[in-house]
Design a protein around this ligand. Structure first.
Ligand SMILES: [Zn+2]
Length: 169
């Protein structure tokens, strides 16, 4: 089932998410819905707070579902390693229409539970490292705008506020 994606301004997006206690049928449904919602958007990653669920669950698939084996389900993820730095443009399904250059680690290693509750390791470089760090940030209540320097961030936030006032957000 598709779930509506919350946009900047919704308080759930700025709150740290809670760890998942156990993989219940509700969590499996949440994961299925998140994957469907991510592909429909379309986006390469989605975190549970973006669909209004403050739990530490994220999905990432750089292929948008076009290639097998590239879908990662991350429950209670933690970083094992982060190194290097990359500067690229990125956007967010919760901040549609806006992109900005964000500094991210060049390589990350993440340990997380999968949808069966088994622990697995995901290693990512370049875009995958960026996507993993971006989704992690959502679980900590951060948007990519929070990684920008003041002036750039203020400019985007001002434009969004204007859209909110005009009822176009
Ligand atoms: Zn995002």
């Amino acid at each position: 089932m598709l779930r509506p994606i919350l946009r900047l301004g919704d308080s759930i997006l700025s709150e740290p998410a809670r760890a998942v206690g156990e993989i219940t049928p509700e969590i499996e449904t949440l994961i299925d819905d998140m994957i469907e919602t991510m592909y429909a958007a379309p986006g390469i990653g989605l975190a549970a707070p973006q669909v209004g669920v403050p739990l530490r669950v994220a999905v990432v698939d750089l292929s948008l579902g076009k290639r097998g084996g590239e879908l990662f389900t991350l429950v209670n993820p933690e970083f094992v390693e982060r190194e290097g730095m990359q500067l690229e443009e990125e956007g967010c399904l919760s901040v549609p229409g806006f992109n900005a250059t964000v500094a991210r680690p060049a390589r990350v290693i993440v340990r997380a539970l999968d949808r069966t509750g088994a622990s697995h390791i995901v290693e990512g470089t370049n875009l995958l490292a960026r996507a993993l760090q971006h989704e992690f940030d959502h679980l900590d209540g951060l948007l990519f705008l929070d990684r920008l320097r003041g002036i750039k961030r203020d400019l985007i936030v001002r434009r969004i506020r204007k859209m909110q006032r005009a009822g176009r957000w």
